[in-house]
Design a protein around this ligand. Structure first.
Ligand code: SF4
Ligand code: MG
Length: 323
């Protein structure tokens, strides 16, 4: 599987005249074919940085990033080209990521044309575009229109068709439904799940919304201040969350909360700046259970069974876990 560890923010190396933000620390997970892995957390928690690093828009400054078993962390531009072909991104705002002056057929064909070498392959492109549009719920007539002629949900369908055009193994979707109405969200999420089943796709799905993640994910990583604090299969995470931050997020999500016990953990205080991380546990300034060990020692992610890993000292000292 992929291992991603200790990444630093930014395309360039650290500069001496400004603080280096370790936007993402101690992040480790793998995504298998056919699997939907979600990263969830408040804005600024580092989840988009993980997505952009896996897409190698950012270069990791440490650790390993394995795609199909190949460590691509140090790959240069040319070495990345064949790897990039295996990954596609879908963005939160499809309007911003679709060229307004291009017709839909050209938008969808773009990644495909970058990869088709022979004239015979190129002749097949129009038919392929038509089939892709049909598969995402649009039609052949839409191919000649421009992005502004579509609704937000339709534009996201265009973005999905474009991503699918090169038959990727992994789709990285950064808040793909956050800009859409709730009713449209469900349609797009169901489309993405159907495409996963049909093509054996893997997704890295970034979201701040637990109910969206509950709907789509097989596995979920919870992030806080650049750290992964908990990682578990979906049903384990929602029925037996272990990290106080995960438990607080679930307390605040009424639509999912009824599925579990009535625990209430309220978050108080502000998220600290990533430039001045608390010593020890990144969550301790907001954690109702924090004690002196939490300031002295940073908890590592630890396996607690059934695919669940948790970074919290309460795992060792469960008697302190009384709200
Ligand atoms: Fe709270 Fe301590 Fe656990 Fe951090 S390590 S989440 S501060 S109990
Ligand atoms: Mg983001």
């Amino acid at each position: 599987g992929s291992v991603l560890d200790r990444l630093r923010f930014g395309k360039k190396g650290p500069r001496l005249d400004r603080p280096v933000v370790r936007a993402v620390n101690g992040v480790s997970f793998s995504i298998n074919r056919g699997e939907i892995m979600a990263l969830v957390g408040e804005s600024g928690c580092g989840k988009s940085t993980v997505a952009k690093t896996i897409a190698r828009i950012y270069k990791p400054t440490g650790g390993a990033l394995r795609i199909d078993g190949e460590d691509v962390a140090d790959h240069g531009f040319a070495q990345m080209l064949p790897v990039r072909a295996k990954m596609q991104m879908i963005f939160q705002d499809p309007y911003a990521s679709l060229n307004p002056r291009q017709k839909v057929r050209d938008i969808v064909a773009e990644p495909l044309l970058q990869q088709t070498a022979t004239a015979a392959e190129r002749r097949e492109v129009p038919a392929k575009i038509e089939a892709l549009l049909a598969r995402v719920g649009l039609n052949a007539e839409h191919a000649g229109r421009y992005p502004h002629q579509f609704s937000g949900g339709q534009r996201q369908r265009i973005g999905i068709a474009r991503a699918l055009s090169v038959t990727p193994g992994l789709i990285i979707a950064d808040e793909p439904v956050s800009a859409l109405d709730v009713s449209i969200q469900a349609q797009i999420l169901n489309l993405m799940k159907d495409l996963r089943d049909e093509f054996g796709l893997a997704y890295l799905f970034i979201s701040h919304d637990l109910s969206v993640v509950h709907h789509i994910a097989d596995k979920i990583g919870v992030m806080y201040l650049g750290f992964m604090v908990e990682n578990a299969p979906r049903d384990v995470l929602f029925s037996r969350p272990r990290h106080p931050y995960t438990r607080a997020l679930l307390s605040a999500a009424p639509s999912i909360k009824e599925k579990r016990d009535k625990e209430e953990i309220e978050l108080s205080g502000e998220v600290p700046s990533a430039l001045s991380l608390p010593s020890g546990c990144c969550f301790r300034t907001r954690c109702p259970f924090a004690w002196d060990r939490c300031a002295a020692e940073r908890p590592a992610l630890r396996d607690v069974g059934e695919g669940q890993t948790v970074a919290c000292h309460l795992i060792d000292e469960p008697e302190r876990d009384v709200a």
